[in-house]
Design a protein around this ligand. Structure first.
Ligand code: ADP
Ligand code: NA
Length: 327
């Protein structure tokens, strides 16, 4: 269907991790072949919701570009671009003017982040879900691949599309989430939390560029429980179940198969098995990242070309929105 458009984004700050890869990027790669128009944005404006070092941020944008290309994002099949190079902020403002404060204050991510002393009350953290809505709607996107952590924000996007349509007439498609099969990769240190780029405990997050030794150490120190058998029971055995889910996802085997093959192995040894599977999965990607990072000009060209294509799609949408709202 030519009206179908896929959009998704990732913040450039921090290095791509196992959760991003299994919860998002792996399905991004598949979607390139399933839809005609696919947009993937490095959402640098979202990174500014928390303080950034300008020099580091600039480098992170190129590093993330290299990482996405290495994972299989193909600029011939999808539009890979830098958010700030496309001026869709007008839509963000228009949508901000349509939302009430309590709607944003009730979002889980806001509650978690504003509770931290260093981020307390920062406006960007409150309103970035509206910017996300603008990112998606600027392209009249219909499908958004996201991890389970983004479900609440997708509801806001759907609400905003609907309120806009109600007020100004049918204009935006109401975008649907595409949830990946690997819904949420948990922190290795606290399996009740998600694995995240910004986790201060460096043992909690497995980065795509970690050395084999680092990966082995992180899995060795992963929090499990006092039962040594390998079983899959996410409600009662979060830690071990997270390892099983990761193992299944990186090998392409089913959870049942993974558990079956682990009969007779204790969890201490099993951690090593999972680490090896992750190392094997990441090795070619890690090599490719190293190669791509040496060609800064190529990375910049990819982003420029992608951003120009994205602009072409967003421009007529924004023009139409402006006409509808009377500016
Ligand atoms: P992070 O939370 O690590 O900073 P982002 O917010 O940039 O990551 O999210 C990029 C993509 O990765 C989103 O689609 C998000 O749903 C997905 N994602 C992030 N963390 C996880 C996780 N632990 N498990 C599954 N998917 C995740
Ligand atoms: Na495509």
């Amino acid at each position: 269907d030519s009206m179908e458009r896929v959009f998704s984004g990732i913040q450039p700050t921090g290095i791509l991790h196992l959760g991003n890869y299994l919860g998002a990027i792996e399905s991004w790669v598949k979607l390139q072949d399933e839809y005609d128009t696919v947009l993937y944005s490095i959402v640098d404006l979202h990174s500014l919701t928390v303080p950034q070092d300008p020099t580091v941020l600039q480098q992170s944008i190129l590093d993330m570009t290299a990482a996405l290309l290495a994972c299989g994002i193909n600029p011939e099949k999808s539009i890979l671009f830098q958010q700030s190079q496309v001026s869709e902020h007008q839509l963000s403002w228009i949508l901000t003017c349509m939302v009430r404060l309590p709607r944003l204050q009730h979002l889980h991510q806001w509650k978690v982040k504003t509770a931290q002393q260093k981020h307390h009350g920062m406006m960007g953290l409150l309103t970035y879900p509206v910017l996300q809505a603008a990112d998606i709607l600027s392209y009249k996107s219909t499908h958004v691949p996201v991890g389970e952590d983004q479900v609440q924000h997708m509801e806001l996007v759907q609400d905003l599309a609907q309120s806009f349509n109600k007020k100004y007439g049918q204009f935006f498609p109401v975008p649907q989430s595409i949830l990946t099969s690997m819904k949420k990769v948990k922190s290795l240190r606290d399996p009740s939390a998600k694995m995240s780029k910004s986790d201060p405990d460096r043992l909690a997050t497995v980065r795509i560029t970690d050395s084999p030794e680092e990966i082995v150490t992180k899995f060795r120190k992963a929090v499990t429980d006092f039962t040594s058998e390998v079983t899959y029971d996410p409600a009662r055995r979060e830690g071990v179940s997270n390892l099983v889910a990761i193992h299944a996802a990186v090998t392409g085997l089913s959870v049942e198969e993974v558990v079956h093959r682990s009969i007779g192995i204790d969890t201490a040894h099993y951690k090593r098995v999972v680490a090896e599977a992750v190392i094997e999965k990441f090795a070619p990607i890690k090599n490719e990242i190293e190669k791509l990072k040496m060609d800064k000009q190529y990375l910049e060209k990819v982003l420029h070309t992608g951003s120009a294509k994205a602009k072409e799609l967003a421009y007529p949408v924004i023009q139409e929105v402006k006409k509808l709202v009377g500016i």
